[in-house]
Design a protein around this ligand. Structure first.
Ligand code: 13P
Length: 263
């Protein structure tokens, strides 16, 4: 559970799902399922495909919904001849506040390196977007017991050259690849082990105060039935939710997790 200065963040990564009509419906249903207090206690964000962003903006701004939104990727470049890419300024103009960087699906399918993630994190910050930087290991790395060092290398690569003032603005998401879309959730202890090690690494790279401000999410088969136990861990400040965020009621239940954690 988040410390006093870290507001929990629950972000729904829709991946390549839901057209703009479905997006509008889901955002309206989600907002209607949560009270103002719940939306204040937990920051709720949706990360739709690019093609839905204008519709989500219209819904959020038109009805003053307390829901944030962002994109699943951005170009490291601000503009120019990059066919098919979408830049930070284009996203910021649509009211996006978050952008995912380095999701394992992009690292795998688009061969994104830590250096590319670093350029994308910098581009996001330059254009006023909060990057949600994903790190996580595959099954082979986990079975070899190298998951902590693997995530540390990804973290350091993506943060290279960033100042403490910049790092406090980013969100890190630990997503073990073997737990994504498989129904295999990491145990709360597994999530804490890596999220805690990420924070320790931030202390080493920066300082205690900086590390204490960075929100660290867990992602991988998060559901209403398992969210509370994971969020109760001291270094887990929220979730990056895939499949379960496509159902408004299930995602709303996930966002209500603080009610199931004894404080
Ligand atoms: O990749 C994820 C979120 O970015 C996790 O996806 P699932 O919740 O579907 O496992």
């Amino acid at each position: 559970m988040a410390g006093p200065t870290r507001r929990p963040l629950m972000a729904g990564n829709w991946k390549m799902n839901l057209n703009h009509l479905e997006a509008n419906l889901l955002v309206q249903k989600l907002a209607a399922s949560l009270t103002e207090k719940q939306l204040t206690d937990v920051e709720v964000v949706v990360l739709p495909p690019y093609t839905d962003l204008r519709t989500v903006q219209t819904a959020v701004e038109g009805d003053k919904l307390l829901i944030g939104y962002g994109a699943q990727d951005l170009s490291p470049h601000a503009s120019g001849a990059y066919t098919g890419d979408i830049s930070g300024p284009l996203l910021a103009k649509l009211g996006c506040t978050y952008v995912v960087v380095g999701h394992s699906e992009r690292r795998i399918h688009h061969h994104e390196s830590d250096a590319i993630c670093n350029a994308k994190v910098k581009a996001a910050l330059t254009h006023g977007l909060t990057p949600i930087l994903c790190v996580g290991e595959g099954l082979d790395v986990r079975e070899a017991g190298r998951h902590v060092s693997h995530c540390a290398v990804q973290l350091e690569g993506a943060l290279s050259g960033l100042t403490a003032e910049q790092v406090v603005k980013i969100v890190v998401a630990y997503e073990p690849v073997w737990a994504i879309g498989t129904g295999k959730t990491a145990t709360p202890e597994d999530a804490q082990e890596v999220c805690g090690s990420v924070r320790e690494r931030l202390v080493e790279l920066y300082d205690q105060d900086t590390a204490a401000q960075v929100r660290i999410l867990y992602g991988g088969s998060v559901k209403a039935s398992n969210v509370a136990a994971t969020m109760a861990q001291p270094d887990v400040d929220g979730g990056l939710v895939g499949g379960a965020s496509l159902d408004a009621e299930e995602f709303a239940q996930i966002c209500r997790f603080p009610e199931h954690i004894a404080r």
